[in-house]
Unconditional design. Structure first.
Ligand SMILES: C[S@@+](CC[C@H](N)C(=O)[O-])C[C@H]1O[C@@H](n2cnc3c(N)ncnc32)[C@H](O)[C@@H]1O
Length: 348
């Protein structure tokens, strides 16, 4: 879409609704141009978050794991950007069909048209795949940036679909509220599913500890290169009042235990997920580390491991590492994720 085709009044209205972050009773899509403008802007930014999550998921599983052959259900699909990103990442033939569900029929139809155009080979339908659920086909449930719009009843409905799914791919904005809601989902489903991402352990979330109440689980996706020179995005960022470089998200990937290859979720003792980003100070870095069933703040003195400190600062995607710790001080470490950083390992 060209800059001059954007409906700024519609985008302003949508931004205000999203920022309010409250259950929304009515549908806010007024016409397909609203959806096209969203898809090219807010939606595309959400697409970058999905790209980061899917890239990391595929790298984590060394490209061997994918959702089982069955329908992909995009719940609260909006313009359908998340479903299309998932189809692109795993290949459309990974899924038997794409089901687009939204409380707005306009959104479902828009998303269906976009998907048919991009993936002409896949069967596309609107609504929940009831027949597939009833016949026991493995349904992959995708949820993106929906949770804070749902009423209690809507959330209950979504959770009932989640309990019938075989795999769940879920991305929400990286706000404290969205993260805490997603932690609630994790805790509710952890008995039935294996937690594939982002947690390096299967037991209760370490952020539920009373001492960690002001923290939340979030990571950052890198924006595409050259974004700050692109007139479309510069104008959009100014108008929408957003920082183009900051793409925070919270995410959760769950799968039925029998669908997860051995080794993917076991033997992860000692792996630590960095929550958010390391914070740089003169002479040292501070980070919040989640592993071995707890979340704790750690410090790395630059002089102890200057190369590791540089790697941690340079990495703009979710970090997974092994630390050698003394008290709260990182003495050494190996970055496991993202893999491009792992190539330049600092020996323990
Ligand atoms: C912020 S948009 C996100 C759209 C899309 N998932 C994405 O990531 O770009 C939220 C979407 O959820 C839909 N939605 C809100 N409440 C819903 C409900 N109870 N059932 C189904 N869809 C709902 C809205 O109509 C809207 O399309």
């Amino acid at each position: 879409m060209k800059l001059e085709e954007l409906d700024w009044a519609a985008l302003d209205r949508l931004r205000d609704l999203f920022l309010a972050s409250q259950p929304i009773r009515s549908t806010y899509w007024r016409n397909s141009h609203d959806l096209a403008c969203y898809d090219a802007t807010f939606g595309e930014r959400i697409g970058w978050k999905w790209d980061a999550v899917l890239r990391a998921l595929i790298a984590q599983t060394q490209g061997i794991w994918r959702p089982p052959l069955g329908p992909l259900l995009d719940f609260g699909c909006g313009s359908g950007i998340a479903g299309r990103r998932v189809l692109s990442a795993f290949g459309a033939s990974t899924f038997s069909a794409l089901h687009l569900h939204d409380k707005s029929r306009l959104a479902e139809n828009f998303a269906a048209d976009q998907a048919r155009e991009k993936f002409p080979g896949i069967s596309v339908a609107c609504g929940v795949p009831e027949v597939a659920f009833e016949s026991g086909l493995p349904v992959t449930l995708l949820v993106s940036h929906v949770l804070n719009e749902l009423s209690t009843t809507d959330t209950r409905h979504l959770m009932s679909l989640a309990r019938r799914a075989s795999t769940i791919l879920w991305v929400e904005p990286g706000t404290s509220l969205a993260s805490r809601q997603l932690i609630g989902v994790r805790e509710a489903l952890k008995g039935e599913f294996a937690i594939v991402r982002p947690c390096p352990y299967q037991n209760s979330c370490g952020l539920l500890n009373a001492a960690r109440q002001t923290d939340w689980c979030h990571h950052f996706a890198p924006p595409p290169p050259g974004l700050s020179m692109d007139p479309f995005w510069v104008r959009f960022a100014r108008q929408a009042g957003i920082d183009l470089r900051s793409l925070p998200y919270s995410h959760l990937v769950l799968a039925r235990p029998d669908l997860v290859p051995p080794g993917l979720i076991t033997d992860r003792t000692g792996e630590h997920r960095v929550i958010g980003r390391p914070r740089s100070f003169k002479g040292y870095l501070e980070l919040l580390s989640c592993g071995d069933e707890k979340v704790e703040p750690l410090t790395l003195q630059r002089r102890d491991k200057p190369e590791l400190a540089d790697q941690l600062e340079e990495t703009d995607e979710a970090i997974l590492a092994r630390w050698m710790i003394e008290g709260r001080r990182i003495r050494s470490g190996v970055i496991i994720e993202p893999p491009s950083t792992a190539l330049r390992e600092t020996p323990l």
